[in-house]
Design a protein around this ligand. Structure first.
Ligand code: IPD
Ligand code: CA
Length: 261
């Protein structure tokens, strides 16, 4: 059943507390690199013991607290539902596995198909990003807004990459933004990439293909901070993913067309 406003409040506060607990669990692996149990799901597709453990712990928390809700996650999959949690237990797994602190636990909540709550916790960076539709976005409790950049020649843009799309398409997208005068980077966490648009660390995040667990929290955080978002939760988003763009409003017409949006 779709939660009412008080149900959403309960879920929002619970999700922050759960993210903090999951962050402690993930940090116990991160600070003991021998415990990581690294394997590869495919080319440049990293997996550690922590990914599975964090998702399993989250599923147990939801089953105990909101037993009628549905959970979808990167490691164990799952179907959609009216009250749907989407977790990426560790986003930025390649960073996590290499001792780079740019990784996070990402928890999104969709009410009747609409992204409504977003929680991104980066414990190694000490950053908690939160948003609830209609209530704004915060970083460590302080309200955040996307940048006011209007000139692409001053813009900093992150373009996410995975082997799920041809490298030629990625290079063409990056090259197009460089030619327009932007500075382009890649930091290897889609969730944090969206969060960084929300407080103006970057002016846009774009990726040709991404999965729901990477973006379910970040789209709420970026939109509540004033960014323009491409419509990710459309079509076969659950089965196949979609492209994603989050961009400060004045640069939308420069960034969106590169992805056919
Ligand atoms: C990946 C990261 C990366 C993005 C990829 C994701 P993972 O997730 O978010 O930045 O470009 O599309 O698959 O493997 O770190 O959980
Ligand atoms: Ca991910």
């Amino acid at each position: 059943m779709t939660p009412d406003q008080s149900g959403l409040s309960a879920r929002f506060f619970a999700a922050e507390a759960m993210a903090r607990q999951l962050g402690v669990l993930a940090m116990s692996y991160f600070t003991d690199q021998k415990s990581l149990g690294i394997s590869m799901k495919g080319s440049q597709d990293w997996l550690t013991e922590a990914d599975g453990r964090v998702e399993t712990a989250f599923r147990a928390m939801i089953a105990a607290t909101f037993p009628n809700d549905t959970v979808m996650g990167e490691e164990q999959g799952g179907a959609t539902g009216e009250a749907l949690w989407i977790i990426d237990p560790i986003d930025g797994t390649a960073n996590f596995a290499r001792g780079d602190r740019s990784w996070c636990v990402s928890i999104g909540f969709l009410a009747n198909g609409v992204p409504t709550l977003g929680v991104i916790y980066a414990p190694a960076l000490g950053e908690m990003w939160l948003a609830r539709v209609g209530h704004g976005a915060t970083l460590n409790g302080a309200p955040i807004r996307c940048s006011s950049t209007t000139d692409i020649a001053r813009a900093s843009i992150e373009v996410g990459w995975s082997p799920r799309r041809p490298i030629e398409d990625y290079l063409a997208l990056v090259g197009g933004y460089f030619r327009k005068g932007a500075s382009v980077k890649r930091s290897a966490s889609g969730a944090l990439g969206l969060a960084h648009v929300a407080n103006g660390r970057t002016d846009a995040y774009a990726e040709l293909h991404i999965n729901a667990w990477d973006v379910a929290a970040g789209v709420v955080i970026a939109a509540e901070a004033g960014a323009i978002l491409s419509p990710f939760f459309t079509g076969d988003w659950a089965g196949g993913g979609n492209p994603i763009v989050a961009v400060t409003p004045a640069l939308a017409s420069e960034i969106m067309p590169g992805l056919g949006l």
